[in-house]
Design a protein around this ligand. Structure first.
Ligand code: NAD
Length: 401
C-alpha cells in the first residue's frame, strides 16, 4: 500500500477494534435454540470506504446500489456512466453528490477525488481490462465483475497493472461469500458425506433476442460459458479447493437460432480434479432457468443447492442414509445479501491491507480453464491443464469472516 493511501486511511483513523461500536443484548432464547449470532455493527458513514460504480446497467441498479444499505464498511460515493441524465437521477436517489458523476472520458479525474477508495467495474466484459487499468493508475483499488475479462491475456494485464500500482484487485465471485455455499464448501472438504467424488452443476437461462452485448463476441468474449457456465466452473473449484487437471467439453448452438450467430448457446463440460473427482457441468442460453448443483459423497449421502446461483432464495437439499432409511432435509444456514458481503469483504481487505479471498489470480485461473474448455470443444478431445501449484485454495487470499 503506498504511503499516501496509508495516510488517507490514517486520516480516517479507522480502527476496527474500536470503531465498530458493538452492542450486546441479553439472549432471547435458551442455548438449546441455537447459538446467537453477534449483532451487526457498522462503521460510521464518514469512515466507511467510498465506492465508485462504473456502468449503470441492470446489475448496478437492481442489485448493487440497493445492497449498500446492508453494508457495514462500504458506501456509494460516485457514479461513472455514458448517460448523464440517468446518472443524475440515480445520484439523487442515493444521495451521491453531482460533482461525483463521471463519464467514460473524464473517468481518470477520479484520481483527484479522495472520497473514492474503490472502483467497482460493472461493464460489459471486454471493458473490464481498460477500466481496471485506468482505476489502478488513478490510485484506486478495484472490485471487478465476473468474468474478469475476455481472455487470460487481458486478465494477466489487469493483475500486473494493480500490482504495479500497489492496489488491490478482487473479482466479484459473490457465491464464495454466501452462507449456504460456504456450508456446502465445508461439507465438500469434510467427512460428513465421505469423500465427494462427483459434483453435478447446471446454470441455464433462456436469453432474450434483443441485440444485447451478451450475444456479441467482441463485448462478451463468449456465450453461456463465460457468463453463467462460469458459476458451475468457479463454484466447483471453490467447493473442492483444488484445481482441474484435465477438461473435456462440447459446445452446441441450435441451427438457425439468430441469437447464436457470434457466441455459443450451450456448453457441456467435465473437469477432472485430483483423486478422480469429477465436476459434470452444463450451461445454456436456450432453456428455462436452472441454477443448481449437487455434491455426491461416497458415504451414504449427497447435498446441494437448488437454486444455488440466484441472488436470493437459495435452498439447500440434503439426502442422508440413517438406519437404512434415506432422510431428506433442507438445512437453512440463513440468507444474507451477497453483494453486501462481497463489497464489505473488499472494503475490509483495503482497511486491513489483506489480499481479497477472490483476487485477480482467481479470475485468471477461470479464464485459463475456459480457454482449455473451448480448445477441447474445437479439437473434440480432452485437454490437460498442467503447472497448477499444489495445495488448497492456491489462488485465493484472506478467508471472509
Ligand atoms: P447491462 O447491459 O445491464 O449493463 C451494462 C452497462 O454498461 C450499461 O449501463 C451500459 O450502458 C454500459 N455500457 C457501456 N459501454 C457499453 C457498450 N459498448 N455496450 C453495452 N453496454 C455498455 O449488463 P449487466 O447485466 O449489468 O452486466 C455488467 C457486468 O456485470 C458484466 O460483466 C456481467 O457479467 C456482470 N454481471 C454479474 C452478475 C453477478 O451476479 N455477479 C450478474 C449480472 C451481470
Amino acid at each position: 500500500m503506498p504511503h499516501n493511501y496509508r495516510l488517507k486511511l490514517k486520516e480516517k483513523k479507522i480502527n476496527l477494534a474500536t470503531d465498530l461500536k458493538k452492542v450486546e443484548l441479553e439472549p432471547l432464547n435458551d442455548s438449546t435454540e441455537g447459538k446467537d449470532q453477534p449483532l451487526p455493527a457498522a462503521l460510521e458513514p464518514g469512515k466507511a470506504l467510498g465506492f465508485a460504480l462504473v456502468g449503470l446497467g441492470t446489475l448496478t441498479l437492481a442489485e448493487i446500489l440497493p445492497a449498500f444499505a446492508s453494508c457495514k464498511y462500504a458506501k456509494p460515493v460516485a457514479l461513472v456512466s455514458g448517460d448523464p441524465v440517468k446518472a443524475g437521477k440515480i445520484a439523487s436517489q442515493y444521495g451521491i453528490a453531482s460533482k461525483n458523476i463521471y463519464d467514460y472520458k473524464n473517468f481518470d479525474a477520479i484520481k483527484n477525488n479522495p472520497e473514492i477508495d474503490i472502483v467497482y467495474i460493472v461493464l460489459p466484459n471486454s471493458m473490464h481490462e481498460e477500466f481496471t487499468i485506468r482505476a489502478a493508475n488513478a490510485g484506486k483499488h478495484v472490485l471487478c465483475e465476473k468474468p474478469m475479462a475476455t481472455s487470460s491475456a487481458e486478465a494477466t494485464r489487469m493483475i500486473d497493472a494493480c500490482e504495479k500500482a500497489a492496489k488491490k484487485l478482487m473479482i466479484a465471485y459473490r457465491i464464495q461469500y454466501e452462507p449456504n455455499n460456504k456450508l456446502a464448501m465445508k461439507w465438500t472438504r469434510g467427512s460428513e458425506f465421505g469423500k465427494v467424488r462427483v459434483i453435478e452443476a447446471m446454470n441455464c437461462q433462456n436469453i432474450a433476442n434483443s441485440g444485447q452485448w451478451r450475444l456479441k463476441k467482441e463485448l462478451a468474449g463468449g456465450g453461456s460459458l463465460p457468463d453463467i457456465g462460469l458459476y458451475c466452473l468457479n463454484t466447483s473449484r471453490y467447493l473442492l479447493g483444488s484445481e482441474p487437471e484435465q477438461v473435456i467439453a462440447s459446445t452446441i448452438s441450435t441451427p438457425g437460432d439468430s441469437r447464436f450467430k457470434e457466441v455459443e448457446e450451450a456448453v457441456f463440460f467435465q473437469m477432472h480434479f485430483p483423486g478422480g473427482v469429477v465436476a459434470n457441468c452444463s450451461t445454456s442460453y436456450g432453456i428455462h432457468q436452472s441454477r443448481r448443483y449437487r455434491c455426491y459423497g461416497d458415504n451414504g449421502g449427497w447435498f446441494g443447492l437448488d437454486p444455488a446461483f440466484a441472488y436470493k432464495g437459495l435452498k439447500m437439499e440434503v439426502s442422508k442414509m440413517v438406519d437404512d432409511v434415506e432422510w431428506r432435509s433442507n438445512p437453512a444456514p440463513g440468507e444474507k445479501n451477497q453483494f453486501a458481503l462481497e463489497m464489505d469483504h473488499m472494503a475490509r481487505c483495503v482497511i486491513e491491507d489483506k489480499k481479497p479471498f477472490t483476487p485477480g489470480e482467481e479470475g485468471l485461473q477461470d479464464h485459463k480453464i475456459m480457454e482449455a474448455l473451448y480448445q477441447s470443444a474445437r479439437e473434440g478431445k480432452p485437454v490437460k491443464i498442467s503447472g497448477n501449484p499444489t495445495g488448497i485454495d492456491v489462488f485465493r487470499g484472506t478467508l471472509p469472516e
